[in-house]
Design a protein around this ligand. Structure first.
Ligand SMILES: [Zn+2]
Length: 403
């Protein structure tokens, strides 16, 4: 793995960032003009077919080399981090600067195939499924969705050596039992229920091993492994079994990066590092060790944990931790978020973490004639010796004494 290249990409990323893509709700109308204006001396664009609602799904190809690399993104409409990174990669490939040697090698030794936004109808509504809410990534057997058919037909035509299946995952996953968010999770999807490793899957594992070593320089402790069960309805599992070394990359959470712009940059670095490694065959020198020891994604993180509160009701006191999640969901207007807080868990949360935590030992809360319920919005008043000290207002802590 080329750590110097990764560092150079990291430091020069700003030159290639596609500045028209700034937030995670990326739609077909955002990427279409960018594909239209790609330099046709470098890129070939072809229409693979139409989505359920008739949006064109286009394949972007570049290079004329022997090694075929296929990258597809946003099969789930609300998972756009890698789509943004793909357009950064297009800018990189269009550049003319100190990276020209790498560009030359890419064009000579590889043919790159990009299918950005497999699910434009889902993207339009910022939702996972296609227009009919069918999960395209559970359609690899039945092949009922036009989008799934397009992905499969494109795959069959390319017969790639490597495939990169690019997704986003729950932003609250942690890397194993740590409090650190799983910012990037990998998987070399298994092609059978036994989890066999053949040469194809072995190469995917080795590549992940190398990419993890690169990411360890930037996000140590924030790299995890996705659930390893074989899912025959998933395209990654299917493609692995058909002889393309397939790597699932899941972009997760990073503190204070709701729009996932830092994680997009990490995608840019690891995807280009992977291409470079395929050219130089350095992935072959990797072992399985780091991959095997990657912690799994775990769901143990809440956005806010209030610890050690006392709840007094009916002459009875209960010690309680409160786990709260705060979702920012898009309303009708893509510029405006709606904040939704939810009480997720009550009781002993000593094995959970909070992105934010506050120890409220000595404080209590009262909801006369009522008690908190899971699923409620997080609105409560917190007192000490009968005096109001904090209010939790839709998941936000406020100290009324400071106002
Ligand atoms: Zn996904």
């Amino acid at each position: 793995m080329d750590f110097e290249l990764a560092a150079a990409l990291y430091n020069n990323y700003f030159n290639y960032k596609e500045n028209s893509l700034t937030a995670r709700w990326i739609r077909h109308s955002d990427i279409s003009p960018l594909i239209d204006k790609l330099d046709n001396n470098i890129f070939k664009v072809s229409v693979c077919g139409n989505s359920y609602c008739g949006k064109e799904i286009r394949l972007v190809t570049t290079g004329s080399g022997e090694k075929r690399i296929f990258m597809w993104s946003q099969m789930h409409g609300d998972e756009s981090t890698a789509t943004m990174a793909i357009f950064d990669i297009f800018n990189f490939l269009s550049g003319n600067d100190g990276f020209n040697n790498l560009r030359k090698k890419i064009f000579k030794d590889t043919t790159l195939y990009f299918l950005p936004m497999v699910n434009p109808d889902g993207a339009e509504e910022y939702k996972r499924g296609n227009f009919l809410d069918i999960d395209i990534n559970r359609d690899a057997i039945r092949m009922e969705t036009p989008e799934g058919k397009i992905l499969r037909n494109t795959f069959d035509k390319i017969k790639a050596d490597f495939g990169f299946n690019l997704h986003d995952q729950n932003v609250r996953y942690t890397a194993g039992d740590s409090y650190k968010k799983a910012t990037i999770s990998f998987l070399a999807p298994p092609f059978d229920h036994k989890g066999m490793v053949d040469a194809t899957r072995g190469d995917a594992i080795k590549m992940i091993n190398g990419l993890t070593r690169i990411l360890n320089k930037y996000i140590p402790g924030h790299i995890a492994k996705y659930e390893e069960d074989h899912e025959p309805r998933s395209f990654g599992d299917k493609f692995q079994g058909l002889g393309t070394s397939t790597i699932l990359i899941e972009s997760g959470g990073w503190k204070d990066d709701k729009e996932k712009q830092y994680i997009r940059k990490l995608n840019f670095i690891i995807l280009l590092s992977a291409i470079n490694s395929i050219i130089n065959k350095t992935y072959r020198d990797e072992t399985f060790k780091i991959y095997e020891n990657l912690p799994y994604n775990k769901e143990s993180l809440y956005d806010l944990v209030l610890r050690n509160l006392k709840f007094k009701e009916r002459n009875c006191e209960s010690l309680m931790d409160i786990g709260i999640n705060i979702d920012e969901i898009y309303g009708e207007n893509p510029e405006v978020f709606i904040t939704n807080s939810t009480i997720e868990e009550l009781g002993d949360l000593s094995t959970n973490y909070g992105s934010d935590e506050i120890d409220l030992h000595g404080y209590d809360y009262e909801l006369p004639g009522n008690c908190l319920k899971i699923g409620d919005a997080a609105n409560l008043q917190i007192k000490k010796n009968g005096v109001l000290r904090y209010t939790i207002d839709n998941g936000t802590i406020r100290n009324p004494l400071l106002h």
